[in-house]
Ligand binder design. Structure first.
Ligand code: UD1
Length: 432
């Protein structure tokens, strides 16, 4: 098995930082890598079959390493071959997900549905992940219980799920949770009978999971809309599959060009999935052209403020781009208001951006931003993945030198962000 080493085993990388010398425009062409949030459930879904799976465009990120390590702990080997991930799920010989791996990332919880469907039993602790607020898993639990799972709280944060046979059911989600939708979808593929997931998450990554499951022989339809229908089948086969590109990574590079008066072309993107961001960036004054699988953005002068941006489930403005967007609005002429409706404490980057001169007042879930002309370089700390991206963007636009500490957070979601930005004209050096 070859895997990307999870963070817990890479303590030395936690000392890494980016040293950024700002004020060069981000210009050029970049091919956007595969989507972390599509790859994670798709790798987990491989537990649903006992035949080999070949996955293309999986990004080599530390979170993927955690998912591989979880599969390995259950007896499933995987290896990288020429940038492709080959998974061999012929044997699953454990139902216990190690607590240390559950703690590394919240999405470890999406292993529960497929493991339950395959093995009939799962022992897992509550998941960890980015420190962006309360992130319960009640909807995952309720959904799996509706399919017939029994859940026992063993104490000490440990849960045991069991089901000799899952049965299709109608599941109505109170909130369109991405992870809960995916977990229930995966478990329902091998359940007896039909499942309906109402108020399902409509994110493009849910649609990619549907396409993958159908490539394995599942019968799933409706992803991308409010209701997903799954007709259970008795077994799934192997497949080769290419996952979609990462719309959050794409958005981050577009904002980098917008903030540095650059010109960038992204290739291998699904422009439709970027629409909520593109329309905001066009309001801010960016010139945007969309072609087949490509988006070009060019920017001259200071961005204009935006009266209101609210994060919402897809097709609304994505919460994962809130922090990078906030960094961009700091440079806009006028006052902008950005409201975070999805996660209650996702403003940790605000204090760090203020160290660079930003003028932001947080009132509950609203950030009120009075635009400044320029950031000033400072030493700041990435408090989570997208906060790290936001601070890197601020550094690219800042006068002087910016040091972003704790870049291991950035490694969870961006493949070699420093090197890609350098190729595009930024001056970003990773140092230990
Ligand atoms: C996924 C994404 C993450 C993104 C988020 C929202 C992955 C691997 N991660 O996370 O990058 O920020 O969607 O777009 O795809 N909730 C409950 N109970 C639950 C589950 C969720 O109340 O059982 C709430 C959460 O607290 C949150 C909201 O639902 O307020 C959305 O969370 P959810 O869509 O589940 O996020 P994730 O799937 O964890």
């Amino acid at each position: 098995m070859t895997l990307i080493v999870p963070l817990s085993e890479r303590s030395e990388s936690s000392l890494d930082r980016y040293v950024i010398n700002g004020r060069t425009p981000i210009c050029g062409v970049i091919d956007i890598h595969g989507a972390k949030n599509a790859a994670l459930p798709i790798v987990a879904a491989c537990l649903l079959t006992d035949q080999a799976v070949l996955l293309r465009n999986i990004p080599p990120l530390s979170d993927i390493g955690v998912m591989q390590a979880i599969l390995h702990s259950l007896g499933v080997n995987s290896e990288w071959q020429a940038g492709e991930l080959r998974i061999h799920p012929n044997v699953v010989n454990s139902h216990v997900i190690p607590e240390s791996l559950m703690q590394e990332m919240r999405s470890s919880v999406i292993i529960v549905g497929p493991l339950l469907a395959r093995y009939g039993r799962v022992s897992a602790s509550y998941p960890g992940g980015c420190a962006i607020g309360e992130r319960p898993i009640d909807l995952h639990i309720k959904g799996l219980c509706a399919l017939g799972a029994k859940v026992v709280d063993e104490g000490g944060g440990c849960l045991t799920f069991s089901a000799s046979k899952l049965r299709g059911a109608r599941v109505h989600l109170e909130t369109p949770s991405v992870g809960a939708t995916e977990n229930i979808m995966m478990a329902a593929c091998l359940a007896e009978g039909e499942t309906l997931i109402e108020n399902a998450a409509r994110e493009p990554e849910v649609l990619d999971l549907q396409n993958f499951l159908n490539a394995l022989g599942a019968k799933v339809s409706g992803a991308g809309q409010n209701t997903i229908h799954i007709a259970g089948v008795s077994a799934l086969k192997g497949a080769e599959y290419t996952i979609i590109s990462d719309r959050i990574v794409a958005g981050t590079y577009l904002l980098a060009a917008l903030m540095t008066e650059g010109r960038i072309t992204l290739t291998s993107v699904i422009a439709e999935d970027l629409r909520p961001l593109l329309s905001r960036m066009s309001d801010m004054g960016a010139d945007i052209a969309v072609a087949d699988n490509a988006v070009t953005l060019s920017m001259r002068g200071r961005p204009r403020a935006v009266e209101e941006v609210r994060t919402m489930p897809h097709p609304g403005f994505p919460t994962d781009l809130q922090a990078p967007m906030l960094a961009a609005l700091c440079l806009a002429e006028g006052k902008s208001v950005l409201t975070e409706t999805m996660f209650e404490s996702r403003f940790k980057h605000v204090e760090e951006l203020k160290r660079m001169g930003a003028q932001i007042a947080v009132e509950g879930r609203k950030a009120i931003i009075s635009g400044i002309e320029r950031f000033s370089g400072a030493t700041v700390r990435a408090t989570d993945l997208r906060a790290g991206a936001a601070l890197t963007l601020a550094g690219l636009a800042a006068s002087g030198t910016t040091v972003v500490e704790d870049v291991y957070h950035i490694d969870r979601g961006y493949v070699a962000l420093d090197q890609s930005l350098t190729r595009l004209g930024g001056r970003v050096v990773r140092k230990r």
